[in-house]
Design a protein around this ligand. Structure first.
Ligand SMILES: O=C(O)CCC(=O)C(=O)O
Length: 300
């Protein structure tokens, strides 16, 4: 299935197949800057191929860098207006929250070949099972930061229509029992800058790189509707004392902060005291919209 612009066709695929490939969400410069920055987090394909890299954990289960990243280019994609627009449109609500932002790398010829069983991500994205209607669905995204082809570890995906009979609680599919489902998987290929959007009950699996001396880099990003406390992956307040967070906040928009759970201008949280305190905590953040919306009472 080829990438399409965000719009009715992408939405139809998301609703019918449970996944779609979206193109054109970012400018070429934004993609190029993010690729440069991801290379500062991970070894290059060449460095791995030549054996130069010795002290880097290349296995898939290694701890991965998470949002907020130290630079601006990756953060920009995670909370890009077009990504938030996509989340709002596919989830059918304006009230969305980012709940995952992480970067990953895979290489040709490492001891971990990255071949996975078909699985659905709700196993580690929610405490319950997926529900499809508005207000309950979540959106998982892979933002490609290298060209992704069947030989460079394109994720294999199965359209939802073929997996409807699988019991709702089954997160992993046995190779022999579900051989017919494995034979129906297709690669989610696309050039750097493409976004794979998929639902948490869509069966998919990671695969090995077969192209010589190659690497695949991507961002894993997920959004959910407000109020779905049973779904999650990271918490952001844990980063509140870090320089990456402060750097991010100093350039962030109201919309970007809102999807992270920061109280919106006009929210009852804001009192004269909290307005002053937050402004003091983040001297680089232009708090004009929060001050203009005013306080809601309190002790300040
Ligand atoms: O690497 C991929 O293509 C998919 C990874 C994945 O599905 C996972 O780790 O859960």
């Amino acid at each position: 299935m080829e990438p399409v612009p965000a719009g009715p066709l992408a939405a139809e695929r998301w609703n019918t197949d449970g996944w779609c490939l979206v193109e054109g969400l970012f400018s070429p410069d934004e993609v190029a800057a993010a690729i440069d920055e991801v290379h500062s987090l991970f070894p290059s394909a060449d460095a791995v191929a030549t054996g130069e890299v010795r002290d880097f954990n290349l296995s898939w289960d290694s701890v991965k860098p998470v949002f907020p990243f130290a630079g601006r280019a990756l953060n920009r994609l995670v909370v890009h207006d077009s990504v938030i627009d996509l989340a709002q449109s596919l989830l059918g609500t304006d009230h969305v929250r980012l709940y995952q932002g992480t970067a990953s790398a895979k290489y040709t010829g490492t001891h971990d070949d990255y071949e996975q069983l078909l699985h659905a991500d709700f196993g580690n994205h929610t405490l319950v099972v997926p529900r499809h209607d508005v207000g309950y669905q979540h959106l998982l995204l892979f933002i490609y930061l290298s060209d992704v082809t069947p030989d460079t570890a394109a994720t294999r995906i199965v359209p939802l229509g073929l997996t409807g009979g699988i019991p709702a609680e089954r997160t992993y599919l046995d190779l022999a029992e579900y051989a017919d489902i494995y034979s129906a998987e297709v690669p989610a290929s696309g050039p750097a800058g493409t976004v794979l959007a998929y639902r948490p009950d869509v069966y998919h699996r990671g695969t090995a790189l077969r192209a010589p001396d190659s690497a695949r880099f991507l961002l894993h990003v997920a959004y959910k509707p407000v109020g779905t406390d049973w779904a999650g992956y990271h918490t952001f307040p844990i980063h509140g004392e870090g320089t990456a967070w402060h750097h991010f906040v100093s350039g962030a928009t109201v919309r970007q902060l809102t999807v992270l759970g920061f109280p919106e201008p006009g929210h009852p949280y804001w009192t004269p005291e909290t307005l002053r305190g937050v402004a003091a905590r983040y001297p680089g953040l232009d708090m004009t919209p929060w001050f203009e919306a005013g306080p809601h009472g309190g002790s300040g």
